[in-house]
Design a protein. Sequence first.
Length: 359
Amino acid sequence: MSHLFSPIKIKNVEFKNRLVVSPMCEYSAEDGFANNWHLVHLGSRAVGGAGLIITEATAVSPEGRISYADLGIYMDEHIPLLKEITDFIHEHGSVAGIQLAHAGRKASHEVPWKGNAQLLPDDPHGWQTYGPSAIPFSEGQEPPIELDKAGIEKVKSDFKAAAKRALEAGFKVIELHGAHGYLLHQFYSPISNQRTDEYGGSFENRIRLLLEVIDVVQEVWPAENPLFVRLSATDWTEGGWDVNDSIKLAEILKNKGVDLIDTSTGGNILARIPLTPGYQVEYADAVRKTGILTGAVGLITTPQQAEEILQEGKADMIFMAREFLRDPYFPLHAAHALGDDVKWPSQYERAKPRVVHGS
Ligand SMILES: Cc1cc2nc3c(=O)[nH]c(=O)nc-3n(C[C@H](O)[C@H](O)[C@H](O)COP(=O)(O)O)c2cc1C
């Protein structure tokens, strides 16, 4: 059995293999509600054999959405349709996870295929954004309003309520979105956080919101269910958050009971990123040296590449996004390529290629 198809148990949840469908915004929801698109999109990846399927960035509040078409979990009414999706995923032997997110200053945007522009509050599809400091993401954008103490408390209680709903909706894994320049990352990165209160300045102050969000989530999220955090391990710029900060943070998160760090990078400024195969794996490796589990992500596209990362002990799970869009059945194909005999859905059995061992 390859490393990629060896099961892994984290807390009380067993994953049949190490392949994770990385969160991917679909920009296909209305008022945060899931619909048939989300069921078929996520459901087909369950049929395709992924070990874990994580929803797109799912907003904990309406103002925390990147766009008006993001999934949300800020109302109890969102739960039933999400439950249909998690039921389907679990019926097919995969595990359903949800990425809980708040976009902060990167909220209120047009969907990518309509140009991605920032939408101002006077636009019918826009709203006022909030962030740690009144600094826009890029030049020419309207800055967010700096969150006051009440605003920070609201963010925390929104994450808590969302985590409670996620449990009711049947999710077994929560991933907190602390990467890609969204709110939690905006707080821990010195580029976007210039506060002078206890949430800004020192490393300890900048990571405070993330730690407090974890605390409130853990009040409602069962201790036996995995809790992941996605981090941007570097801002890719001098004076920004860097890998040493990430290692220091990983140590703290491990001690708080976070199970896995999904190690991504960037997104808080327009930076030049060297986009080569597996370009973020070294960060997963660096963070893993603290003893916490890591997920590697970014331009991982072949079974052999994924297998090698695990064999070399650089990560514990392999997160893939675009390759899963190209091929929802990637795990079934990857198992065959690695010579592993995995179960195909009964309905598709007749199409399963024979595994020839020793070839
Ligand atoms: C269509 C699309 C939507 C994405 N949406 C999210 C998201 O909601 N949350 C997130 O953390 N990352 C998101 N990402 C980033 C991916 O999860 C992943 O980290 C990135 O694409 C690199 O992996 P890949 O090379 O396998 O695509 C998105 C990527 C794509 C292609």
